[in-house]
Design a protein. Structure first.
Length: 435
């Protein structure tokens, strides 16, 4: 870099004393450009444009400093004057592009003026299929088998009856390839988990994926539905294409009543088309299309799911997931209290008085007990442990969130149990004397 002349050094001192003086800074930029220092000139003009983005002289000087054709903007032009081309307007093909100057750092120059010069492109790049919305298969996140945080059925506390039914009706045929080939059982399957909210349906779905050694792809209504016509169906197709490419893979459809609601009750044509697309994907293009793809779904209101989704060959098996039993409640309470300061906690007593609470209710109970101890410690200025008094008070104040669900499910089980779909629910209600 050439040494600054005395005039340039004096101008630098003046600019440092008055950094907001745009004409002074532009004069310094002119001197730097005439002295063969275009990089330094660009830096000074960029700062000037930050103070006066519409300054015509600054823009013309920026073009000169970056190697463009000179612009005929008068030195005394007002700050709002637009830049005026120095040559008559000509076809683009007649104006050669400026040749890059050797040694000039164009990337650094672009970074310096990036906040005052509009971007070259404003639209996001199109995907390979020509759509502007990047909904390709790479956008779906599939948890790999054995990934950190993966769970198996052994990690599900209690619920032995649920595990046994899963093993007999779903897992055992898929774990034994010889028997499967002998009996002509396809490596496909569909299972609908239903029950009151907060009872661990999603956790069980992840555990099933762990048992199968399969990837896990969780899908919610927000992942599928789109405001543009046709995009929802395309999203559904891409989800299943991703699962097929990464088989074995479990596709978990959360809140199936939103994704596969009864079409007879759906007013919007787009939602009906989405259900139709889901039916098509469950069937597969041919008999082997979904080989290695296991479809699990969860819902709190199975009676609102389109009946076509539950015909044989689709989600033809159902499993009732009830509030946690005693061993499961003990495991849940132990998990939520494990990292908290507790003393003399009688888990056996807590398990007895929390019957009917969901897993989410038990988590809230532990949170409420911890909050009580925290507030008490803040008031007294002495930190104390969480004790049985806090937990018993929280248990007394926690109302089971499952009761409204059972009130609705009871009527469905009594008057709409076509084909014995809700026999398990009726058995449970009779056992609890709620029927």
């Amino acid at each position: 870099m050439p040494e600054d002349s005395p005039l340039i050094r004096s101008m630098r001192t003046a600019v440092e004393a008055a950094p907001g003086d745009v004409p002074l800074r532009l004069h310094l930029a002119e001197l730097l450009l005439d002295a063969g220092q275009p990089d330094a000139s660009v830096a000074e003009v960029a700062v000037a444009l930050q103070h006066a983005p519409g300054d015509g002289q600054a823009r013309a000087l920026m073009i000169r400093a970056m190697g463009g054709p000179p612009a005929a903007a008068p030195t005394n032009a007002p700050a709002t004057a637009p830049a005026v081309p120095a040559v008559p307007e000509a076809p683009a093909s007649a104006v050669p592009a400026p040749a890059p100057r050797a040694g000039f750092d164009w990337r650094a120059a672009a970074d310096q003026v990036g906040d005052v010069i509009p971007p070259r492109f404003v639209e996001p790049p199109l995907t390979a299929d020509g759509y502007g919305d990047p909904g390709d298969a790479a956008a779906w996140d599939v948890s790999a088998p054995g990934a950190p945080g993966g769970v198996r059925l052994a990690d599900v506390g209690g619920m032995q009856e649920v595990k046994e039914r899963l093993e007999a009706a779903f897992l055992a045929p898929l774990r034994n390839p010889e028997l499967r080939r002998l009996y002509g059982k396809s490596l496909r399957g569909g299972l609908l988990l239903y029950g009151p909210p907060g009872c661990g349906k999603t956790f069980i779905a992840r555990a099933i994926a762990g048992e199968l050694g399969a990837g896990f792809l969780s899908v919610s209504v927000n992942d599928v539905l789109d405001m543009w016509i046709g995009n929802s169906e395309r999203n559904m197709h891409e989800i299943f294409q991703t699962a097929r490419r990464q088989a074995p893979c479990v596709v978990f459809l959360d809140e199936l009543d939103a994704l596969g609601a009864k079409r007879s009750r759906t007013q919007h044509g787009g939602l009906r088309n989405t259900v139709n697309q889901l039916l098509t994907e469950l069937d597969g293009i041919d008999s082997a299309a979904n080989e290695g793809v296991f479809v699990l779904a969860a819902t709190n209101v199975p009676w609102d799911v389109d009946i076509a989704l539950r015909r044989p060959g689709r989600l033809d098996r159902t499993l009732l997931v009830l509030p946690p039993d005693a061993p499961a409640r003990e495991a849940i309470l132990r998990y939520h209290l494990d990292e908290r300061p507790v003393e003399n906690v009688d888990l056996g007593k807590l398990v007895k008085i929390t019957e009917g609470l969901s897993g989410a209710d038990l988590a809230h109970l532990c949170e409420a007990a911890a909050e009580s101890a925290l507030l008490d410690s803040a008031r007294t200025g002495t930190v104390r442990m969480i004790g049985m008094t806090d937990l018993l008070r929280a248990a007394k104040e926690t109302v089971p969130s499952t009761e409204p669900w059972f009130a609705t499910a009871r009527n469905v089980a009594m008057y709409a149990n076509d084909g014995g779909t809700y026999d398990d629910l009726i058995t449970y209600l009779k056992k609890k004397r709620k029927l």
